[in-house]
Design a binder for this molecule. Structure first.
Ligand code: GLN
Length: 492
């Protein structure tokens, strides 16, 4: 079969169960596509063909025995931020170019337990700091819709593999938008769950109070399959929640669009820099939801101007602390011929980290330093609380809040935005991380150059089922999520 990569996760699951094709055939099909197409996209940092085929054979045994999980035998790619035992975990950094983890992240363990097949590890901005994948030690990943553009970031490898049909599903992480924005730039569905819904154990830390893992796929239905595996409490992560887990697949039709109250924050749609094509496509999608019975309600989210400054204090502060462990002693890059201990620390870190990571460490260390802690870090934490209260107040009036996922479509590679311009592009995604709310991106059309546009829906705590369900129903009446980039149409 030459078109296995066109099937949805549900179709793959049924096809495997019915024996229409084996997991080995499916896995080999993706490996062939990766070998042929990925040199143009640069989405994989590490491909693991031997391991993938071993896992595929084990999946085929489970499928024959009739004790398969719905995802058994289905391939996926991991963002290279999840520790994988025996396979390099680089976090897109020279610092970890030689790092092989002695254990699996909980997300990886759960995926193994479902007998999924891991095709490899995919590219990302260094330590997940960025919005383009250009800060990766392994070079930029290309957007499958137009190879001169970025796929978004930091989970840009995850979005590119799916958009080029080089994996049907991928894991991502989102500290300030890194699932939703790349999903938006590549025309995919991506869910950032409520903080604490998915375990962070074994996920290389960027900013621990903001980091959250989640699924990326073509549709809400595809994401629901993966979410069923990812969600749940983990004794190894004290911030993971005890809250009961939903069955995200059977809940796909649970929420009625009829009467659903969608909040439209007026401040979000009057932002300078919101591209007109993005605004129009998002408004079209909202009209579509309205025609399906949703009620659009204007809400106030007054703190919008504080999102970028608050996030860009808290995230670097936590990063400067988290990244202090890379000292050239215990693991990771070590400089050659250190003169003494100080020289070892200094040169290992200077040579091992890239420019953006160093910038964040500098900002964060400054904000946490004795003389500035109260003025910057403590102040930012207070503003963070106000942002959360703004959302809690809005959720007394509406069920979900709608926004663009990003003010623009995908940038050109090397557009050389200065750091602050780049940070401003995160405007719409940061608040859900600061407040801990779940949020999803759904593809809603294209700009005048054929680059995808995304709608973001933010929900109240633990409303992942509702978000997936709303997007699923929208996707029953539209086909943006199933459109393919030219490069994905190459038959291999
Ligand atoms: N673009 C944001 C940043 O650079 C968010 C990154 C993320 O979510 N990992 O920090």
């Amino acid at each position: 079969m030459t078109d296995l990569h066109r099937l949805t996760i549900k179709e793959l699951s049924n096809g495997l169960k019915q024996g229409d094709f084996s997991s080995r055939e499916l896995t080999q099909h993706y490996l062939n596509r990766i070998a042929k197409i990925d040199p143009q996209v640069n989405s994989y940092v590490t491909v693991t063909p031997e391991l993938a085929l071993v896992q595929a054979d084990a999946a085929d045994v489970a499928l024959h025995a009739g004790n398969a999980h719905p995802l058994t035998g289905i391939p996926l790619a991991h963002k290279d931020i999840f520790c994988t035992q025996g396979i390099r975990t680089s976090a897109g950094s020279k610092m970890l170019d030689n790092f092989i983890s002695p254990y699996d992240a909980t997300v990886v363990t759960k995926i193994k337990q479902a007998n999924m097949v891991t095709l490899g590890k995919v590219n990302m901005d260094e330590f997940a700091m960025g919005s383009t994948t250009e800060s990766s030690f392994y070079g930029a990943t290309k957007n499958p819709w137009n190879l001169n553009h970025v796929p978004g970031g930091s989970s840009g490898g995850s979005s590119a593999v799916i958009a080029a049909d080089l994996a049907p599903l991928a894991t991502g992480t989102d500290t300030g938008g890194s699932i939703r924005q790349p999903a938006s730039f590549c025309g995919l569905t991506g869910l950032k769950p409520t903080y604490g819904r998915v375990s962070r154990f074994g996920m290389i830390a960027f900013a621990s109070s903001l980091d959250q893992a989640g699924p990326m796929g073509r549709s809400a239905e595809d994401c629901a399959y993966l979410m069923n595996v990812l969600a749940g409490h983990d004794d190894n992560d004290s911030t993971s929640a005890q809250h009961p887990v939903d069955d995200y697949i059977s809940n796909l039709n649970q929420t009625s669009i009829q009467g659903l109250r969608i909040g439209i924050p007026k401040q979000y749609f009057n932002v300078d820099g919101l591209h007109i094509d993005v605004k129009n496509r998002v408004e079209d999608a909202l009209k579509q939801l309205e025609s399906m019975g949703a009620i659009l309600v204007e809400v106030d989210l007054n703190m919008v101007e504080s999102y970028v400054p608050t996030y860009y204090l808290i995230a670097p502060a936590e990063a400067s602390s988290n990244l202090s462990r890379y000292d050239g002693v215990r693991f990771g890059y070590r400089c050659e011929n250190p003169q003494d201990l100080n020289d070892l620390y200094k040169r290992s870190r200077s040579e091992g980290f890239g420019e953006e990571v160093k910038r964040r460490i500098l900002i964060g260390t400054y904000a946490l330093s004795a003389g500035y802690y109260d003025a910057y870090y403590v102040k930012a934490q207070k503003v963070r609380r106000l942002i959360q209260e703004d959302f809690l107040n809005a959720f007394t009036q509406v069920d979900v809040i709608a926004a663009p996922s990003a003010p623009t479509t995908a940038y050109k590679i090397g557009a050389a935005l200065d750091p602050v311009e780049m940070y401003l592009g995160d405007l719409y995604t940061l608040a859900a991380n600061l407040s801990g709310h779940p949020a999803i991106n759904a593809p809603v059309g294209f700009d005048q150059h054929g680059l995808p546009v995304g709608l973001q829906l933010i929900g109240n705590y633990w409303s992942e089922s509702q978000l997936l369900s709303v997007v699923h129903q929208y996707q029953q009446t539209t086909d943006w999520h199933s459109q393919r980039a030219e490069i994905a149409k190459e038959n291999v």
